[in-house]
Design a protein around this ligand. Structure first.
Ligand SMILES: *Cc1c(COP(=O)(O)O)cnc(C)c1O
Length: 405
């Protein structure tokens, strides 16, 4: 496409003006269909999407096996409540258990809900006088009141107070600060093993292990929010399994999942050990749509696709290919500060406003994201081809090299 200002159907724009609450900043582009890492708008323009589905579409748009599984399921049974069994929910739970630490699953529909379940579980599993949860500055855990309170970023709290009681915040990477916050009322620690929205921040070596030790010494539940980093995004099934984040990996007591869990279909989950699981006892928590047949079918198909196509290994290859193109910018340009990547979580920190990069890339047919004002974030699909990596980098590198400062 040519470098023009975006436009979209005026009728659709009018519908939004009239009837949709404007709580999102939206680009004036109306997306209509997608295939792999390519997406088309209502004016027929094609884009290469290096941020498909805000990290939900780890297999790209409309992965065939997920599409087929959903189509088959939707004709058989759309929804049944959790007062009955479905074979698929059980099989899905087992598949997740086998790929993580062998525990049990609770299913919900989103990342915030998975974290709400984690907050309840942490409180339920520890003695009644323990209720405090330590979270980390720059973290992101979702928008419900519990999850947003866990999110230690003041900009998300403005005007919402009073927030939920019982959260204390530590600087990401600071074990001494965590030790100081622990008291007789502390019940758990909730952390993103790699901060996503906070700017693709990878913890210093030994940090996650240190948290494991603090949790063990003080009887705390250690929960990892892997809503963005989990389900294969980093090239391991779960970020905690990365040797680079701890000596051979650090095993948490709880992980929360959503985003790419179901290949783009809405779904969330909490996984915990068999020992802790009974604390979420009957009557204490529930989700009407949680673990529904469509999400389960999509979740199973997502795992099968990743394994059949050997995509975990592919994630690392794609990551290396991006690094080969982006690292030279750090070395060459004074306003490009740092490249941070773990598999297909890629952040390029600038010292200048990144929204202009997003805008210019979009005008040239490339979709990316900027978080925290200055961090260019890519959450590309595992199915991205080598040619697509080069195509995307050609545009991105050119835009960054030619920024008007
Ligand atoms: C996106 C995200 C959430 C919130 O997920 P929703 O599905 O939007 O509720 C929570 N934690 C992390 C790490 C996320 O990236």
């Amino acid at each position: 496409m040519t470098a023009t200002t975006q436009s979209m159907s005026e009728q659709t724009a009018a519908l939004f003006d009239e009837a949709v609450i404007p709580n999102y900043g939206r680009y004036p582009v109306c997306l209509e269909r997608g295939e792999g890492s390519r997406v088309w708008d209502d004016q027929g323009r094609a884009y290469l999407d290096l941020f498909p589905g805000w990290g939900c579409n780890l297999l790209g748009h409309c992965p065939p096996k997920v599409v087929k599984a959903v189509q088959d399921q939707v004709a058989k049974l759309i929804h049944v409540p959790n007062t009955w069994y479905t074979e698929a929910q059980g099989r899905w739970a087992k598949m997740l258990s086998e790929r993580s630490f062998g525990g049990k699953a609770f299913f919900c529909n989103s990342g915030a809900e998975a974290n709400e379940a984690a907050i309840k579980l942490i409180r339920l599993h520890t003695p009644a006088e323990r209720y405090k949860i330590i979270t980390f500055q720059g973290g992101f855990h979702g928008r419900t009141i519990g999850a947003v309170t866990a999110t230690a970023q003041p900009k998300y709290h403005e005007g919402l107070g009073p927030l939920m009681a019982g959260f204390t915040y530590a600087p990401f990477g600071d074990l001494d600060a965590v030790r100081e916050l622990v008291d007789d009322e502390t019940a758990g620690i909730l952390i993103e093993p790699i901060q996503g929205e906070g700017g693709v921040r990878i913890p210093p070596e030994g940090f996650l292990q240190g948290l494991r030790e603090i949790a063990d010494e003080n009887g705390l539940v250690l929960a990892f929010d892997e809503v963005q980093a989990g389900c294969g995004r980093t090239g391991e099934w779960f970020a905690y399994q990365h040797a680079s984040l701890g000596d051979g990996g650090v095993t948490p007591d709880v992980i929360t999942l959503a985003k790419s869990l179901c290949g783009g279909v809405a779904g969330g989950a909490l996984l915990t050990t068999a020992e802790i699981a009974p604390s979420l006892r009957p009557g204490m928590h529930a989700s009407t749509f949680g673990g529904n047949p469509i999400a389960a079918a999509a979740g199973i198909a997502t795992i099968e696709t990743i394994e059949e196509e050997n995509l975990l290994g592919r994630a690392s290859q794609i990551s290396d290919a991006f690094a080969a193109r982006l690292q030279p910018l750090v070395d060459k340009l004074p306003y490009v500060e740092e490249l941070r990547a773990c598999g297909l979580m890629i952040g390029l920190e600038l010292s200048v406003d990144g929204s202009q990069v997003v805008q210019q890339c979009m005008e040239r047919g490339l979709l990316i994201n900027c978080t925290q004002g200055t961090v260019i974030r890519l959450l590309p699909a595992m199915t991205l081809t080598d040619a697509e990596v080069q195509e995307g980098c050609d545009i991105l590198v050119n835009v960054i090299e030619n920024l008007e400062l």
